[in-house]
Design a protein around this ligand. Structure first.
Ligand code: GLN
Length: 277
């Protein structure tokens, strides 16, 4: 017997609320829409089999699995990205980097290339290329599994013909000299000793995308050691940083001129901008 979608939805919300899950209604809505393959579940009835699938997802979310990992996608800026266990989930915090680059690079910019180091799902590079239709981009990641996801996202966004992906440990596989006008990175920056204490949901992200070494700064040092020949004169570097890392990262990149910082929605410095002079 078909069930009323409102009832199935309300039951899911109640289970999540009981567990004090934040955004219980949004989570239940996304999960039910996913099960029914629709954007608006209210227009549908639910078969017993789909109601069971929905309950299973609700229980998995209750146990800590992020909705994005359950439904295989996540919204970021004004786009939706495929995600899986091989990529860091796109975070609202990282939208700060999009804001910073879009502010710095005029819309009709031509013939310039963006390099994205540690592209993961490709959410940063993809979003920027959607909004800067005359630019091209290179996305680098050491994980081939992540690059499969990034490539799928580039196709989804319609940016694949302007994007090139390279499997490389940071800049190792790139030609020594380049003329990038924009380089971006959201590298792994969690200090190793903080990893066990991360919220449960973060542990569904690949460790390799989080682990910033003993002090969380290892990847910044690695990037700094090879960035100079890759940036053109007046080229700009935008880096996402973790909480409290601003000063240390500025110091690591003292080979460039520090331009400014950008705060995320909770008022924390999240992105640093540098210029090569
Ligand atoms: N933003 C992620 C977090 O704080 C970390 C991502 C990263 O290391 N770049 O959970």
């Amino acid at each position: 017997m078909e069930l009323r979608s409102e009832d199935v939805f309300a039951e899911g919300v109640a289970i999540l609320r009981k567990e004090k899950i934040a955004s219980a209604t949004t989570a239940a809505r996304l999960l039910l829409c996913f099960v029914l393959g629709t954007k608006d579940f209210r227009a549908h009835t639910v078969s017993p089999a789909d109601a069971e699938r929905f309950r299973t997802l609700i229980v998995q979310h209750k146990a800590g699995c992020p909705v994005s990992k359950l439904i295989g996608s996540r919204a970021f800026w004004d786009q939706t990205f495929y995600v899986n266990e091989n990529v860091l989930d796109p975070r609202p915090d990282s939208e700060t980097l999009i804001e910073a680059v879009l502010q710095a690079i005029p819309e009709n910019t031509t013939s310039s290339q963006i390099l994205d180091l540690g592209t993961g799902s490709g959410c940063l590079l993809g979003t920027l290329l959607v909004h800067r239709p005359y630019m091209r981009g290179i996305g680098v990641d050491c994980s081939l599994q992540a690059l499969f996801v990034a490539q799928k996202n580039a196709v989804r966004l319609g940016t694949a013909n302007r994007t090139h992906f390279i499997c490389s440990n940071w800049t190792a596989a790139l030609a020594q000299k380049h003329n990038f006008e924009v380089i971006i990175s959201n590298p792994p920056y969690i200090s190793r000793r903080d990893i066990p204490a991360l919220p449960k949901s973060v542990l569904y992200d690949p460790l390799i995308a989080l682990d910033g070494g003993e002090d969380g700064l290892a990847c910044y040092r690695e990037i700094a050691s090879s960035i100079m020949p890759l940036l053109c004169h007046k080229g700009q570097l935008f880096l996402e940083v973790g909480q409290g890392q601003q000063r240390a990262v500025k110091k690591i990149f003292n080979i460039l001129r520090y331009a400014q910082s950008y705060k995320d929605l909770s008022g924390r410095v999240r992105v640093l901008q540098f210029i090569k002079e």
